[in-house]
Design a protein around this ligand. Structure first.
Ligand SMILES: *Cc1c(COP(=O)(O)O)cnc(C)c1O
Length: 398
Protein backbone atom coordinates (compact mmCIF):
# COMPACT_ATOMS: atom_id res chain seq x y z
CA UNK A 1 0.00 0.00 0.00
CA UNK A 2 1.26 3.48 -0.80
CA UNK A 3 2.34 5.41 2.26
CA UNK A 4 0.65 8.59 1.08
CA UNK A 5 2.18 12.03 1.07
CA UNK A 6 5.73 12.21 2.41
CA UNK A 7 5.78 15.89 3.28
CA UNK A 8 5.20 17.26 6.76
CA UNK A 9 1.58 18.29 7.01
CA UNK A 10 2.39 21.89 7.98
CA UNK A 11 0.92 23.22 4.73
CA UNK A 12 -2.21 22.31 2.77
CA UNK A 13 -1.75 23.75 -0.73
CA UNK A 14 -4.38 23.35 -3.47
CA UNK A 15 -3.93 20.63 -6.10
CA UNK A 16 -3.03 23.18 -8.76
CA UNK A 17 0.62 23.21 -9.89
CA UNK A 18 2.45 26.01 -11.65
CA UNK A 19 4.86 25.26 -14.41
CA UNK A 20 6.34 28.64 -15.26
CA UNK A 21 6.01 32.33 -14.65
CA UNK A 22 6.54 35.58 -16.49
CA UNK A 23 6.33 38.99 -14.87
CA UNK A 24 3.25 39.07 -12.61
CA UNK A 25 1.73 35.94 -14.24
CA UNK A 26 1.98 32.24 -13.39
CA UNK A 27 0.98 29.45 -15.76
CA UNK A 28 -0.03 25.84 -15.19
CA UNK A 29 1.32 23.13 -17.51
CA UNK A 30 -2.09 23.25 -19.27
CA UNK A 31 -1.54 26.94 -19.95
CA UNK A 32 -4.08 28.42 -17.54
CA UNK A 33 -2.92 31.89 -16.51
CA UNK A 34 -3.03 33.42 -13.03
CA UNK A 35 -2.30 36.98 -11.98
CA UNK A 36 0.08 36.64 -9.04
CA UNK A 37 -0.70 39.38 -6.50
CA UNK A 38 0.96 37.64 -3.56
CA UNK A 39 4.38 37.13 -5.22
CA UNK A 40 5.69 34.37 -3.00
CA UNK A 41 4.52 36.39 0.02
CA UNK A 42 6.14 39.70 -0.79
CA UNK A 43 9.26 38.04 -2.22
CA UNK A 44 9.19 38.17 -6.03
CA UNK A 45 9.69 41.92 -6.27
CA UNK A 46 10.33 41.74 -10.02
CA UNK A 47 7.76 39.10 -10.80
CA UNK A 48 8.79 35.78 -12.31
CA UNK A 49 11.64 35.06 -14.71
CA UNK A 50 12.98 38.62 -14.70
CA UNK A 51 15.70 38.69 -17.40
CA UNK A 52 18.11 40.76 -15.27
CA UNK A 53 17.78 38.38 -12.31
CA UNK A 54 18.22 35.33 -14.55
CA UNK A 55 21.36 36.85 -16.06
CA UNK A 56 22.87 37.76 -12.68
CA UNK A 57 22.35 34.30 -11.20
CA UNK A 58 23.33 32.42 -14.34
CA UNK A 59 26.56 34.33 -14.67
CA UNK A 60 27.51 33.64 -11.04
CA UNK A 61 26.40 29.99 -11.32
CA UNK A 62 29.13 29.46 -13.90
CA UNK A 63 31.79 30.79 -11.50
CA UNK A 64 31.37 29.96 -7.79
CA UNK A 65 28.19 28.93 -6.00
CA UNK A 66 29.39 28.52 -2.47
CA UNK A 67 32.51 29.05 -0.40
CA UNK A 68 31.41 29.43 3.25
CA UNK A 69 32.41 32.39 5.35
CA UNK A 70 35.85 30.90 5.91
CA UNK A 71 36.77 32.87 2.81
CA UNK A 72 36.31 36.43 1.68
CA UNK A 73 33.25 36.90 -0.52
CA UNK A 74 33.56 40.17 -2.48
CA UNK A 75 29.83 40.28 -3.21
CA UNK A 76 29.13 40.61 0.53
CA UNK A 77 31.21 43.76 0.74
CA UNK A 78 29.55 45.19 -2.37
CA UNK A 79 26.02 44.50 -1.18
CA UNK A 80 26.69 45.60 2.40
CA UNK A 81 28.00 48.90 1.08
CA UNK A 82 24.83 49.39 -0.93
CA UNK A 83 22.56 48.75 2.08
CA UNK A 84 24.58 51.07 4.29
CA UNK A 85 24.13 53.75 1.65
CA UNK A 86 20.38 53.11 1.53
CA UNK A 87 19.96 53.12 5.31
CA UNK A 88 21.85 56.02 6.81
CA UNK A 89 22.07 54.59 10.35
CA UNK A 90 23.67 51.32 9.19
CA UNK A 91 27.41 50.60 9.15
CA UNK A 92 27.49 46.82 9.38
CA UNK A 93 25.65 43.91 7.76
CA UNK A 94 25.35 40.19 8.48
CA UNK A 95 23.86 38.09 5.66
CA UNK A 96 21.46 35.20 6.28
CA UNK A 97 19.27 32.88 4.21
CA UNK A 98 15.90 33.85 5.62
CA UNK A 99 13.89 36.35 7.58
CA UNK A 100 13.83 34.33 10.79
CA UNK A 101 17.62 34.10 10.74
CA UNK A 102 17.88 37.85 10.22
CA UNK A 103 15.60 38.29 13.25
CA UNK A 104 17.72 35.87 15.30
CA UNK A 105 20.80 37.86 14.36
CA UNK A 106 19.06 41.14 15.24
CA UNK A 107 18.07 39.92 18.71
CA UNK A 108 21.46 38.36 19.41
CA UNK A 109 23.16 41.57 18.28
CA UNK A 110 21.02 43.67 20.65
CA UNK A 111 21.63 41.47 23.70
CA UNK A 112 25.31 41.13 22.93
CA UNK A 113 25.64 44.91 22.61
CA UNK A 114 24.44 45.36 26.18
CA UNK A 115 26.62 42.49 27.37
CA UNK A 116 29.67 44.10 25.79
CA UNK A 117 28.71 47.42 27.40
CA UNK A 118 28.81 45.75 30.81
CA UNK A 119 25.02 45.50 31.13
CA UNK A 120 24.35 41.75 30.85
CA UNK A 121 21.04 42.18 32.70
CA UNK A 122 19.54 43.97 29.69
CA UNK A 123 17.99 40.99 27.90
CA UNK A 124 14.29 41.76 27.42
CA UNK A 125 13.00 42.07 23.88
CA UNK A 126 9.70 43.95 23.77
CA UNK A 127 7.30 43.16 20.91
CA UNK A 128 3.64 43.83 20.08
CA UNK A 129 0.39 41.95 19.55
CA UNK A 130 -0.21 41.00 15.93
CA UNK A 131 3.53 40.87 15.27
CA UNK A 132 5.13 38.18 13.16
CA UNK A 133 8.86 37.59 13.39
CA UNK A 134 9.28 34.08 11.98
CA UNK A 135 9.07 30.44 13.01
CA UNK A 136 12.34 29.49 14.69
CA UNK A 137 12.14 28.95 18.44
CA UNK A 138 13.41 32.41 19.34
CA UNK A 139 11.29 34.02 16.62
CA UNK A 140 8.04 32.42 17.85
CA UNK A 141 8.89 33.61 21.34
CA UNK A 142 9.38 37.12 19.99
CA UNK A 143 6.16 36.82 17.99
CA UNK A 144 4.29 35.78 21.12
CA UNK A 145 1.22 34.45 19.30
CA UNK A 146 -0.02 31.59 21.55
CA UNK A 147 -1.01 29.61 18.42
CA UNK A 148 2.61 29.46 17.29
CA UNK A 149 3.98 28.67 20.76
CA UNK A 150 1.56 25.91 21.74
CA UNK A 151 3.19 22.53 22.24
CA UNK A 152 6.76 23.72 21.82
CA UNK A 153 7.77 23.71 25.46
CA UNK A 154 7.89 26.54 27.95
CA UNK A 155 8.00 30.10 26.65
CA UNK A 156 11.56 31.47 26.77
CA UNK A 157 12.37 34.18 29.29
CA UNK A 158 13.31 37.63 28.02
CA UNK A 159 10.33 38.33 25.75
CA UNK A 160 7.62 40.83 26.65
CA UNK A 161 4.47 41.25 24.56
CA UNK A 162 2.42 44.43 24.64
CA UNK A 163 -0.82 45.61 23.02
CA UNK A 164 -0.37 47.15 19.56
CA UNK A 165 0.06 50.91 19.55
CA UNK A 166 -0.28 51.35 23.34
CA UNK A 167 2.38 53.93 24.15
CA UNK A 168 1.49 54.06 27.85
CA UNK A 169 1.86 50.28 28.24
CA UNK A 170 5.22 50.50 26.53
CA UNK A 171 6.39 53.32 28.78
CA UNK A 172 5.44 51.25 31.82
CA UNK A 173 7.14 48.11 30.50
CA UNK A 174 10.49 49.68 29.68
CA UNK A 175 13.14 49.53 32.35
CA UNK A 176 16.65 48.56 33.35
CA UNK A 177 16.37 45.05 31.84
CA UNK A 178 15.08 46.19 28.44
CA UNK A 179 17.47 45.22 25.65
CA UNK A 180 15.40 46.25 22.66
CA UNK A 181 12.01 47.12 21.25
CA UNK A 182 11.24 45.26 18.04
CA UNK A 183 8.47 46.23 15.65
CA UNK A 184 7.35 45.91 12.03
CA UNK A 185 6.77 49.43 10.66
CA UNK A 186 3.96 47.81 8.65
CA UNK A 187 2.64 44.55 10.09
CA UNK A 188 2.38 41.80 7.49
CA UNK A 189 0.82 38.61 8.90
CA UNK A 190 -0.88 40.57 11.69
CA UNK A 191 -3.31 42.30 9.33
CA UNK A 192 -1.41 44.95 7.35
CA UNK A 193 -1.48 47.57 10.06
CA UNK A 194 0.93 50.44 9.42
CA UNK A 195 2.40 51.96 12.57
CA UNK A 196 1.84 55.75 12.41
CA UNK A 197 5.03 57.76 11.86
CA UNK A 198 4.55 59.52 15.18
CA UNK A 199 4.64 56.12 16.92
CA UNK A 200 7.95 55.23 15.28
CA UNK A 201 9.38 58.52 16.53
CA UNK A 202 7.94 57.81 19.97
CA UNK A 203 9.65 54.42 20.01
CA UNK A 204 12.96 56.02 19.10
CA UNK A 205 12.64 58.52 21.94
CA UNK A 206 11.67 55.90 24.51
CA UNK A 207 14.56 53.65 23.48
CA UNK A 208 17.00 56.56 23.80
CA UNK A 209 15.63 57.39 27.23
CA UNK A 210 16.21 53.83 28.48
CA UNK A 211 19.41 52.99 26.64
CA UNK A 212 17.53 50.32 24.70
CA UNK A 213 18.01 49.49 21.04
CA UNK A 214 15.31 49.88 18.40
CA UNK A 215 14.92 46.98 15.95
CA UNK A 216 12.73 47.19 12.86
CA UNK A 217 11.54 43.95 11.33
CA UNK A 218 11.40 45.00 7.68
CA UNK A 219 11.42 41.44 6.39
CA UNK A 220 8.08 41.99 4.65
CA UNK A 221 7.71 45.77 4.33
CA UNK A 222 11.30 46.55 3.26
CA UNK A 223 13.01 46.17 -0.13
CA UNK A 224 11.02 48.95 -1.76
CA UNK A 225 7.59 47.48 -0.98
CA UNK A 226 6.18 50.72 0.44
CA UNK A 227 7.86 52.99 -2.10
CA UNK A 228 11.03 53.56 -0.03
CA UNK A 229 13.86 51.07 0.33
CA UNK A 230 12.77 50.65 3.97
CA UNK A 231 9.31 51.49 5.27
CA UNK A 232 10.63 53.42 8.31
CA UNK A 233 12.10 55.97 5.90
CA UNK A 234 8.66 57.56 5.49
CA UNK A 235 9.09 58.81 9.08
CA UNK A 236 11.52 61.50 10.19
CA UNK A 237 13.76 61.05 13.23
CA UNK A 238 12.84 57.41 13.59
CA UNK A 239 16.07 55.66 12.58
CA UNK A 240 16.55 52.28 14.23
CA UNK A 241 19.75 50.71 15.56
CA UNK A 242 19.13 47.41 13.81
CA UNK A 243 17.04 46.21 10.85
CA UNK A 244 16.13 42.67 9.87
CA UNK A 245 15.44 42.36 6.14
CA UNK A 246 14.71 39.43 3.82
CA UNK A 247 11.92 38.41 1.40
CA UNK A 248 12.11 41.02 -1.41
CA UNK A 249 15.83 41.75 -1.07
CA UNK A 250 16.73 38.55 -2.93
CA UNK A 251 14.03 38.95 -5.57
CA UNK A 252 13.11 35.28 -5.06
CA UNK A 253 16.52 33.93 -4.10
CA UNK A 254 16.71 33.06 -0.35
CA UNK A 255 18.45 36.03 1.24
CA UNK A 256 18.20 37.85 4.53
CA UNK A 257 20.26 40.57 6.15
CA UNK A 258 20.74 42.13 9.55
CA UNK A 259 21.80 45.77 9.32
CA UNK A 260 23.21 47.55 12.37
CA UNK A 261 24.94 50.72 13.37
CA UNK A 262 28.61 50.35 14.23
CA UNK A 263 27.81 50.77 17.91
CA UNK A 264 24.92 48.29 17.94
CA UNK A 265 27.08 45.70 16.19
CA UNK A 266 30.04 46.25 18.54
CA UNK A 267 29.38 43.10 20.57
CA UNK A 268 29.38 40.80 17.56
CA UNK A 269 33.07 39.95 17.62
CA UNK A 270 34.67 36.85 16.02
CA UNK A 271 33.07 33.64 17.27
CA UNK A 272 29.76 35.16 18.42
CA UNK A 273 27.69 34.26 15.36
CA UNK A 274 27.90 32.29 12.16
CA UNK A 275 26.18 30.70 9.18
CA UNK A 276 27.27 28.18 6.57
CA UNK A 277 25.25 29.43 3.60
CA UNK A 278 24.48 33.01 4.59
CA UNK A 279 25.93 35.49 2.08
CA UNK A 280 27.08 32.90 -0.42
CA UNK A 281 28.17 34.12 -3.88
CA UNK A 282 24.91 33.10 -5.61
CA UNK A 283 22.81 34.92 -3.03
CA UNK A 284 25.03 37.99 -3.33
CA UNK A 285 24.68 38.04 -7.12
CA UNK A 286 20.89 37.95 -6.72
CA UNK A 287 20.94 40.52 -3.91
CA UNK A 288 23.12 43.00 -5.76
CA UNK A 289 20.98 42.78 -8.90
CA UNK A 290 17.79 43.12 -6.83
CA UNK A 291 19.18 46.18 -5.05
CA UNK A 292 20.24 47.79 -8.32
CA UNK A 293 16.81 47.20 -9.86
CA UNK A 294 15.00 48.69 -6.83
CA UNK A 295 17.22 51.78 -6.85
CA UNK A 296 16.99 52.31 -10.63
CA UNK A 297 15.53 55.71 -11.55
CA UNK A 298 11.72 55.61 -11.52
CA UNK A 299 11.35 52.19 -9.87
CA UNK A 300 10.20 53.34 -6.43
CA UNK A 301 8.14 56.15 -7.98
CA UNK A 302 6.24 53.47 -9.88
CA UNK A 303 5.62 51.60 -6.63
CA UNK A 304 4.17 54.75 -5.08
CA UNK A 305 2.06 55.65 -8.13
CA UNK A 306 0.63 52.17 -8.58
CA UNK A 307 -0.02 51.77 -4.88
CA UNK A 308 -1.94 55.07 -4.80
CA UNK A 309 -4.02 53.76 -7.69
CA UNK A 310 -4.68 50.46 -5.86
CA UNK A 311 -5.70 52.26 -2.67
CA UNK A 312 -8.12 54.43 -4.63
CA UNK A 313 -9.59 51.37 -6.38
CA UNK A 314 -9.93 49.53 -3.06
CA UNK A 315 -11.76 52.48 -1.52
CA UNK A 316 -14.13 52.39 -4.50
CA UNK A 317 -14.68 48.64 -3.95
CA UNK A 318 -15.42 49.34 -0.31
CA UNK A 319 -18.10 51.86 -1.32
CA UNK A 320 -19.50 49.46 -3.92
CA UNK A 321 -19.50 46.42 -1.61
CA UNK A 322 -20.17 47.71 1.92
CA UNK A 323 -21.44 44.22 2.88
CA UNK A 324 -18.12 42.64 1.94
CA UNK A 325 -15.36 45.17 2.68
CA UNK A 326 -14.89 46.62 6.18
CA UNK A 327 -11.79 48.75 5.62
CA UNK A 328 -8.74 49.30 3.42
CA UNK A 329 -5.31 48.73 4.95
CA UNK A 330 -1.59 48.69 4.41
CA UNK A 331 1.08 50.84 2.88
CA UNK A 332 2.55 50.90 -0.62
CA UNK A 333 2.20 47.54 -2.32
CA UNK A 334 1.59 45.72 0.95
CA UNK A 335 -2.14 46.35 0.89
CA UNK A 336 -5.40 44.71 1.63
CA UNK A 337 -8.92 44.90 2.91
CA UNK A 338 -10.45 43.71 6.13
CA UNK A 339 -13.48 41.70 5.05
CA UNK A 340 -16.92 40.98 6.48
CA UNK A 341 -16.95 37.58 4.75
CA UNK A 342 -14.46 34.82 5.51
CA UNK A 343 -11.13 35.91 4.00
CA UNK A 344 -10.04 32.35 3.14
CA UNK A 345 -13.24 31.71 1.16
CA UNK A 346 -12.71 34.94 -0.76
CA UNK A 347 -9.09 33.99 -1.45
CA UNK A 348 -10.06 30.57 -2.81
CA UNK A 349 -12.79 32.02 -5.01
CA UNK A 350 -10.33 34.59 -6.37
CA UNK A 351 -7.98 31.73 -7.23
CA UNK A 352 -10.78 30.10 -9.23
CA UNK A 353 -11.10 33.41 -11.05
CA UNK A 354 -7.37 33.51 -11.83
CA UNK A 355 -6.15 35.94 -9.17
CA UNK A 356 -3.70 34.83 -6.47
CA UNK A 357 -3.79 36.73 -3.17
CA UNK A 358 -3.01 35.98 0.46
CA UNK A 359 -4.73 36.42 3.76
CA UNK A 360 -3.57 37.94 7.05
CA UNK A 361 -4.78 38.42 10.61
CA UNK A 362 -8.04 40.18 11.53
CA UNK A 363 -9.80 38.53 8.57
CA UNK A 364 -7.81 40.59 6.10
CA UNK A 365 -7.24 39.89 2.42
CA UNK A 366 -3.54 40.51 1.71
CA UNK A 367 -2.06 41.64 -1.59
CA UNK A 368 1.68 41.91 -2.12
CA UNK A 369 2.06 42.04 -5.90
CA UNK A 370 5.40 42.25 -7.69
CA UNK A 371 6.71 45.82 -7.55
CA UNK A 372 6.87 45.98 -11.37
CA UNK A 373 3.11 45.93 -11.92
CA UNK A 374 1.29 48.60 -13.92
CA UNK A 375 -2.15 50.16 -13.57
CA UNK A 376 -3.40 47.70 -16.21
CA UNK A 377 -2.50 44.77 -13.96
CA UNK A 378 -4.35 46.51 -11.14
CA UNK A 379 -7.44 46.96 -13.37
CA UNK A 380 -7.34 43.25 -14.20
CA UNK A 381 -7.17 42.40 -10.48
CA UNK A 382 -9.98 44.80 -9.59
CA UNK A 383 -12.19 43.19 -12.25
CA UNK A 384 -11.69 39.79 -10.62
CA UNK A 385 -12.20 41.19 -7.12
CA UNK A 386 -15.47 42.74 -8.29
CA UNK A 387 -16.66 39.38 -9.68
CA UNK A 388 -15.88 37.57 -6.44
CA UNK A 389 -17.25 40.30 -4.15
CA UNK A 390 -20.50 40.15 -6.13
CA UNK A 391 -20.75 36.44 -5.23
CA UNK A 392 -19.58 37.03 -1.65
CA UNK A 393 -22.43 39.48 -0.97
CA UNK A 394 -24.69 36.45 -0.44
CA UNK A 395 -22.28 34.58 1.85
CA UNK A 396 -22.62 34.47 5.65
CA UNK A 397 -20.83 37.18 7.59
CA UNK A 398 -17.80 36.17 9.67
C1 LIG B 1 8.18 36.34 6.67
C2 LIG B 1 8.54 37.13 7.85
C3 LIG B 1 9.53 36.71 8.75
C4 LIG B 1 10.19 35.35 8.64
O1 LIG B 1 10.89 35.20 7.44
P1 LIG B 1 11.25 33.73 6.93
O2 LIG B 1 12.08 33.99 5.70
O3 LIG B 1 9.97 33.03 6.65
O4 LIG B 1 12.02 33.08 8.00
C5 LIG B 1 9.87 37.55 9.79
N1 LIG B 1 9.28 38.75 9.94
C6 LIG B 1 8.34 39.19 9.08
C7 LIG B 1 7.75 40.56 9.28
C8 LIG B 1 7.92 38.40 8.02
O5 LIG B 1 6.96 38.82 7.20
Amino acid sequence: MAKGDHLFDCYTPPALTFDRGEGPYLYTAEGKRYLDFIAGISVNAFGHAHPGMIEAITEQAGKIWHLSNLFRIPGQHELAQRYCEAAEFADKVFFTNSGAEAIECAMKTARRYHYAQGNPEKIDIITFQGAFHGRTTAAINATGNPKYLEGFGPALPGYIHLPFGDHEALKAAMGPTTAAVMVEPVQGEGGLRALPEVCLRGLRELCDEHGALLIYDEVQCGAGRTGKMFAYQWAENAEPDIIAAAKGIGGGFPLGACLASKEAASGMVPGTHGTTYGGNPLAMAAGIKAYDLITEAGFLENVTDVSNFIKQQFEALKDEFPDVVADVRGKGLLVGMRLKKKNVDVRLSLMDHGLLVGTAGENTLRLAPPLIITEDHVREAIGKLRQVFTLARDWDDV
